[in-house]
Ligand binder design. Structure first.
Ligand SMILES: Nc1ncnc2c1ncn2[C@@H]1O[C@H](COP(=O)(O)OP(=O)(O)O)[C@@H](O)[C@H]1O
Ligand SMILES: [Mg+2]
Length: 254
């Protein structure tokens, strides 16, 4: 479904050219899960933005269903963004403070699906229930919700156009530990029941192992190691991967 080939991205900075991605390649099948794990500055968010086609790569390509993302026409791009959705790190910032929750979930339904008013309201209620929220919360504003509830709303909004790929960029790092697991369980359930492929971008190799079958370790713009998550976690000999494993506290799922 998704194929990334020799993807590189350089940013021009005051100090000259900075390389955020250096010839990244991997692929992801329908309904599969892949974690991209690395420290801050590794290039993870740049990779996410290049996959979604919101930042143009300097070289290399992203293919989705055999279509090249970086050369799509505006109408192809609209179709692609229906199929590939993003979940951001800060759910509060991702939601407008001025609009009711239901309006923000209705927006992608209006954009992508030809539904009448009544059907839109029904779908918004269904999506809120699907992410474990009481549909009555649709009347609230962002500030009336907890961080976990806000992230559930972002997930409901991302599900609205019936995507096949969710790119989640540090989706739980703004939440406390119990809520991290609840939100990750939700994302994993959606993958299993709706067959949505998930790319989990995280600095937490423990979360990567718990929720993704494959892991790619990213360091300074490169994927330095990739494979089944258990193999990487227990048998990696790469010093950087070992550092990531040793850096995290002994959490219950490790
Ligand atoms: N818009 C930008 N302009 C210049 N440099 C950037 C920009 N975005 C990211 N970078 C740089 O690219 C590198 C990778 O950043 P990022 O993709 O945000 O990594 P991560 O998400 O892993 O923390 C960093 O050195 C960062 O400073
Ligand atoms: Mg980032």
């Amino acid at each position: 479904m998704l194929k990334i080939q020799h993807l590189s991205k350089h940013y021009g900075t005051a100090k000259g050219k900075s390389t955020a991605l250096n010839s990244i390649s991997f692929s992801l099948g329908e309904g599969r899960s892949l974690a991209i794990v690395g420290e801050s500055g590794a290039g993870k968010s740049t990779l996410a933005k290049c996959i979604l086609g919101v930042v143009p790569p300097s070289s290399g390509h992203v293919w989705f269903d055999g279509r090249k993302v970086d050369t799509m026409t505006p109408s192809e791009q609209k179709q692609f963004w229906q199929e590939a959705q993003m979940i951001w790190q800060d759910p509060g910032l991702a939601l407008s403070p001025h609009r009711r929750i239901w309006q923000m979930i209705a927006e992608p339904l209006e954009n992508y699906k030809r539904l009448n008013r009544q059907e839109i309201h029904r779908q918004v209620d269904r999506l809120l229930s699907q992410v474990g929220l009481d549909p009555a919360l649709g009347q609230c504003y962002r500030h009336q919700l907890s961080g976990g509830q806000c992230q559930r709303v972002c997930i409901a909004r991302a599900l609205a156009p019936s995507p096949r790929l969710l790119v989640c960029d540090e989706p739980v790092s703004a939440l406390d530990l119990p809520m991290q697991l609840k939100i990750m369980d939700l994302i994993d359930n959606l993958r299993q029941h709706l067959g949505i492929a998930v790319i989990l971008i995280t600095h937490d190799i423990g979360l990567a192992r718990r929720y993704c079958s494959q892991v790619a370790i990213m360091h300074k713009g490169c994927i330095i190691e990739t494979g089944p998550s258990d193999t990487i976690l227990h048998h990696s000999t790469h010093p950087y991967t070992k550092r990531l494993i040793n850096a995290i506290p002994r959490l219950p799922w490790l």
